[in-house]
Design a protein around this ligand. Structure first.
Ligand SMILES: Cc1cc2nc3c(=O)[nH]c(=O)nc-3n(C[C@H](O)[C@H](O)[C@H](O)COP(=O)(O)OP(=O)(O)OC[C@H]3O[C@@H](n4cnc5c(N)ncnc54)[C@H](O)[C@@H]3O)c2cc1C
Length: 461
């Protein structure tokens, strides 16, 4: 660890409105905690930033002290696990404002906001930003990597709805990036992760959603997963625009709407969200049940906010998770067979999620943003999760082996950066492909010394 003299820390404290928490301070363990129970990082100091001036002071301090800088939005990422003790953690959790303009249908929110807070404020006006599926995820990391959720087929990724961002750059300047101001930075922020600066405020376009939407769950037993996955993906290709969802190769949840005898049954769930005509959604559920002959199915109207919180309990803070992603061109019997074989070996909480892409996502030209992924085909998330530290290695190996088995059928080794528990140059290069050179130019312009490198890192050109 690079030493930080107490005098220096006092100086930083005098320049910040927020607190600076040291390992010897009360509250240090709360200040350093992340969602993932596998992360036990030990920052040398946590700068609890209340706004751009605090962020600039903290980053400036780290630079002059020679400390690595890591940024925490909602704390759901994993990349600080690889850092040696003593880095400076820029904690954005105090920056939590959400301001909605229901007439212009826009929202501005702080860089440390959680999805529940953004959804809660926008739903008061029957509006929403397409974002993730677990409400305690941070808008910061989720947006900068892309941002996928229930509404993406209808309204695109989170970045496709980003109008502007207030960014603290490595040299302490505060700029607002948009299509017209710092356009290359704005391009890079939309998918290039935290490479270019610290975003203290996001501005989003909103869409009318809910407040009541339709949810369907059609669950097939494990023995029939291989054939059902192919049939389900075929059906999904013909879903009307207002119906979206994905496949979960997992266990039936112990939820009140699942018959008790099927709680924890292994198999495959077809998740069907309905955001337009309830009759249309009912038709889709009926057709899926007829085609799949499931173990059980449910369909019901629920508040959009409840949908956004539905998976929270299955991913409580402290969960020990290891994740990798891939993009598949489609679902073939061979791929479905591998998925069925591999998921038959998973532990109870682990799962593979498959989301067909397309719709509004595919309507955005690939080069419009820095997003390092596909906008068609299927996005795959392979998640090894549990609560027992002694099983960490086994979970990680199951994820890696599943990834390796599917890799020959995927579009290269790249994946969705937000699903990568670990990153290396090969995977980052494969993910961004031909966009890497442009990202490196943006990096050279806005962070030439690579101050922000605890991410899917782009080396400055
Ligand atoms: C339970 C769970 C559910 C998830 N569900 C989804 C989902 O449905 N859809 C989806 O797309 N993704 C999902 N993800 C992945 C998620 O998008 C990433 O983990 C994301 O990085 C989380 O952002 P965060 O701010 O909470 O994490 P953090 O750990 O705080 O941030 C992750 C990284 O992002 C950068 N960063 C964060 N905030 C800022 C900022 N304001 N300015 C600059 N850099 C910043 C930093 O490099 C940081 O290391 C999920 C993850 C988990 C653990």
């Amino acid at each position: 660890m690079t030493s930080t003299a107490p005098l220096d820390v006092d100086d930083l404290r005098s320049r910040m409105a927020g607190a600076v928490v040291l390992p010897t301070d009360p509250g240090y363990d709360e200040a350093r905690v992340m969602w993932n129970g596998r992360i036990d990082h030990r920052p040398g100091l946590v700068a609890r930033c209340t706004g751009p001036a605090d962020v600039a002071a903290a980053v400036g301090f780290a630079r002059s002290a020679g400390l690595p800088v890591a940024v925490r939005g909602g704390g759901h990422g994993s990349w600080t696990a690889a850092l040696a003790d003593g880095f400076l953690l820029v904690d954005l959790s105090p920056i939590r404002h959400v301001d909605v303009d229901p007439v212009a249908r826009t929202a501005r929110c702080g860089g440390g906001v959680l999805l529940a807070e953004l959804d809660g404020a926008t739903q008061q006006h029957g509006l929403a930003v397409p974002a993730g599926t677990v409400s305690h995820t941070g808008i910061g990391g989720l947006t900068l990597g892309g941002g996928w959720g229930w509404l993406s087929a209808l309204h695109g990724l989170t970045i496709d709805n980003l109008l502007s961002a207030e960014v603290v750059l490595a040299d302490g300047r505060v700029v607002r990036a948009s299509e017209t101001a710092h356009p290359e930075l704005f391009w890079g922020l939309r998918g290039g992760g935290g490479n270019f600066g610290v975003v203290t405020e996001f501005e989003f376009r909103l869409h009318p959603v809910g407040p009541i939407i339709q949810l369907g769950l059609v669950f097939v037993e494990q023995a029939r997963v291989a054939e059902a996955a192919v049939v389900a993906l075929d059906l999904m290709a013909s879903w009307p625009r207002g119906v979206t969802g994905g496949l979960g190769f997992n266990a039936a949840p112990p939820a009140p709407f699942v018959p008790v005898e099927h709680h924890f049954a292994p198999g495959m769930a077809v998740m069907i969200g309905g955001f337009a005509d309830p009759g249309e959604h009912a038709d889709v559920v009926r057709a899926t049940v007829t085609a799949l002959d499931p173990l059980f199915h449910v369909a019901m109207p629920i508040p959009y906010l409840a949908l956004q919180q539905m998976l929270d309990e299955a991913s409580v803070p402290g969960t020990r998770a290891y994740t990798k992603g891939l993009y598949l061109p489609g679902m073939t019997p061979e791929i479905a067979g591998i998925l069925a074989d591999r998921t038959a070996l998973r532990s109870p909480m682990s799962q593979v999620l498959a989301f067909p892409l397309g719709g509004a996502l595919a309507a955005v030209p690939d080069d419009a943003t820095a997003f390092g992924g596909d906008r068609s085909g299927i996005a795959l998330a392979i998640e090894g999760t549990g609560h027992d530290p002694s099983l960490d290695d086994a979970e990680r190996d199951w994820v890696r082996d599943t990834w390796t088995a599917l890799r020959p059928h995927a579009r290269g080794a790249g994946g969705y950066v937000n699903l990568m528990s670990e990153v290396d140059d090969t995977v980052v290069g494969a993910t961004y492909g031909p966009k890497t050179a442009r990202l490196a130019q943006v990096k050279a312009q806005y962070d030439p010394e690579n101050v922000f490198r605890v991410n899917a890192n782009i080396a400055p050109a």
